[in-house]
Design a protein around this ligand. Structure first.
Ligand SMILES: Nc1ncnc2c1ncn2[C@@H]1O[C@H](COP(=O)(O)OP(=O)(O)OP(=O)(O)O)[C@@H](O)[C@H]1O
Ligand SMILES: [Mg+2]
Length: 273
């Protein structure tokens, strides 16, 4: 049994070197990346473009293997993908030919999360999460009939319906307009369990380009530097929960976003130069 003190995720000196198949050219994308993620924590990762954020997330997801170091979940070595770690990407990755209901229920019908459930139980589960993300009434619609914000909600409902312990999110709100994004940030905190006991919250690793998004959401923000990707700082976000819209205009919010921006500013300019 995982003890309370044991981190949910433990990354120890993780590195990833890509080798191009034809040229043999090596890219050290991530080096010596060490981090513990606590159970129930909302952790955001920010850093300049190309610093290795997605590489780190994909390795936690088990979609990619580290070339050095070790990743553990609940004390067990991560060897590959698992239903207890759900992944959500920026581009929704919905099935265009399936309805909202069938997209949300896909993992329950075809994967391990739904094994042992009756058809009626699966249906109830799909309905529960469709309602939770505010899509009741849209169950029969297809992705092309939905706005970007609605598609993102479908992807979120699908992720949650599979019942993962750990949510791995790679810029999940990146494609949205600023207003929809702010609304979904608040909803995401509600769904994560901001109002619940810490022990009842999911563990979230959330990648974003938005420093203000990271400060709004996170318990801690990991700032990465690039070439190779490393942890350059870990910032505690000491803004009380529940986080309301009004915190965005508070001085502490501005101080934290300024502090984080100052850590990545130079590299961010270099990345696009
Ligand atoms: N399959 C691959 N083969 C070779 N190099 C790769 C591969 N995937 C990523 N890289 C390189 O690894 C580095 C980190 O890439 P990664 O996608 O993790 O960055 P990122 O921080 O997610 O960037 P962004 O913010 O733009 O999404 C980059 O230099 C990238 O070019
Ligand atoms: Mg990325």
């Amino acid at each position: 049994m995982p003890s309370k003190a044991q981190p949910k995720l433990r990354l120890r000196n993780v590195s990833k070197e890509y080798v191009a198949p034809r040229t043999g050219q090596r890219t050290l994308a991530v080096s010596d990346f060490t981090l513990d993620v606590r159970a129930g924590e909302f952790l955001c990762i920010v850093g300049p473009s190309g610093c290795g954020k997605s590489t780190v997330l994909n390795m936690i997801a088990g979609l990619d293997q580290p070339t050095g170091g070790d990743i553990e979940m609940d004390g067990h070595h991560v060897r590959g993908p698992g239903a207890e770690r759900g992944v959500m990407f920026q581009d929704y990755a919905l099935f265009p030919w399936k309805s909202v209901r069938d997209n949300v229920g896909f993992g329950l019908r075809h994967g391990t999360p739904g094994a042992g459930l009756t058809a009626a139980e699966r249906n109830d589960r799909v309905n529960h999460f469709v309602n939770m993300v505010g899509l009741a009434g849209a169950e029969a619609k297809f992705p092309h009939q939905l706005s970007g914000g609605m598609k993102q909600r479908v992807a979120l409902a699908r992720l949650l319906a599979n019942g993962p312990d750990v949510l791995l999110m790679d810029e999940p709100l990146g494609a949205l307009d600023a207003q929809t994004r702010m609304v979904l940030q608040v909803e995401l905190l509600r769904i994560w369990g901001e109002a619940a006991e810490e022990g009842d919250r999911k563990t979230v690793v959330f990648i974003t380009h938005g420093i203000d998004e990271a400060v709004f959401l996170a318990d801690r923000v990991v700032v990465m530097s690039s070439h190779p990707g490393r942890v350059s700082a870990v910032i505690d976000i000491d803004i009380p929960r529940p986080r309301r819209e009004s915190i965005r205009s508070e001085p502490r919010f501005g101080q934290l976003t300024d502090e984080i921006w100052s850590l990545i500013r130079d590299e961010a300019y270099q990345a696009i130069a």
